[in-house]
Design a protein around this ligand. Sequence first.
Ligand SMILES: Nc1ncnc2c1ncn2[C@@H]1O[C@H](COP(=O)(O)OP(=O)(O)OP(=O)(O)O)[C@@H](O)[C@H]1O
Ligand SMILES: [Mg+2]
Length: 457
Amino acid sequence: MLRPIALIVDDEPDIRELLEITLARMNIDTVEAENLVQARKALAAQKFHLCLADMRLPDGDGIELVREIHEQYPGTPVAMITAHGNMETAIEALKAGAFDFVSKPVDLPVLRKLVNTALKLQQSGGDASAKVITDEEESPLRGKSSSMAQVRALIAKLSRSQAPVHITGESGTGKELAARLIHQLGPRNDKPFVAVNCGAIPHELMESELFGHKKGSFTGATADKSGLFQEAEGGTLFLDEVADLPLSMQVKLLRVIQEKLVRPVGATREVRTDVRIVSATHQNLAQRVQDGEFRQDLFYRLNVIELNMPSLRKRPEDIPELIDHLLDNIASNYQQPAPGLHKDALAALKNYSFPGNVRELENILERAFALCENSIITLEDLGTLQEPKGNCSDSIVRLDGENLEDYLARIERDILLQALEESRWNKTSAAGRLGISFRSLRYRLSKLGIDNKDEDA
Ligand SMILES: Nc1ncnc2c1ncn2[C@@H]1O[C@H](COP(=O)(O)OP(=O)(O)OP(=O)(O)O)[C@@H](O)[C@H]1O
Ligand SMILES: [Mg+2]
């Protein structure tokens, strides 16, 4: 087989030599460049399987080179070599299209992993990605709207990067589905995808859950246990509802992301970790940063690339296709043929605003499937769809002297109260109706000062 060939761009001869020796041991040939001019010449002369470039070069900025390679030689993965602790430039490089970075002094095991990932990326050549962009039927993320097409295209692109991705969007818009897709399409897809709901782990167990613990490190720790970071080694860790991380854990997570080292509870040594972080929340994280509830530095590191999942009411043209897709899935779970949908039922669904987005549509169809007779879902089988489309989702809202915050708070309060009444103030069930987590409901209630009545769940 042809030996891969890498371009090394660094003005320090020692670093070039170290990289050259390391890559040679991995059966990779190298071409060296001392500056931007030489690098450009080398790139024009031949094809490279990967490029490692220093951040600061005598005749310019390494980021410039990243941009050029990303645009002119998109099949060549490029990684940045950055000064120790300089996360700002590393993040800038990732945003410019570098697939990863390694900081000085170069840690050889880290470098070898990075190089292997680059070679896998280069081999996969983007075929898989091209497929999801063009062939919408092949993607688990359905919808023919232009906003969903953009989401699919962005996912295809960012699955090739190793940069942290932060997924935003209302409840039920497909954030977890998107996270899984990013993993599946990327070079880590032969390693685990581990999802953790940060809102569901009791605070006192969180550190051990994420980082593992040593036997005897606390009462009940009867054996060594590995954490989710170790379980996800080489793969992707999906931090769902990341806004719910307590501040004390935010500090620890920040360190792990920065240093790529985790320390199990009670351990004296740190262990190296290589995971790609994808996070998500339906809350407004920037707002939580402003409110002092989420660390700005952590937000900045998680949010290197943002992926926003559009709400269903902004893309109603996706509804019919989603209905077909979801009904097929539901029926095949029961090993039955997919039912038909009466035109009145379809019209009602098309005209509904779906506060709970695709998840709500799925729940409505699941129930209707169970209720329907003669394999036809009728309007009655859909039950009462909550508020009809109108007021807030329609084009112009009259604030009538109220400011936007108050207006939104008033609407939110009405929706929460209605859900609580309908579920007889059982918050777990109200949260389910609203398609949000229990913690999120509790947060919203306290924010709006709605009387807690008795705690349940
Ligand atoms: N575009 C889509 N095409 C097909 N199925 C979808 C799409 N979007 C969402 N779904 C389905 O809708 C359900 C909810 O999606 P998912 O759990 O990914 O949403 P979420 O944004 O993580 O929701 P939450 O905020 O409630 O956790 C899942 O069953 C998912 O498969
Ligand atoms: Mg989710």
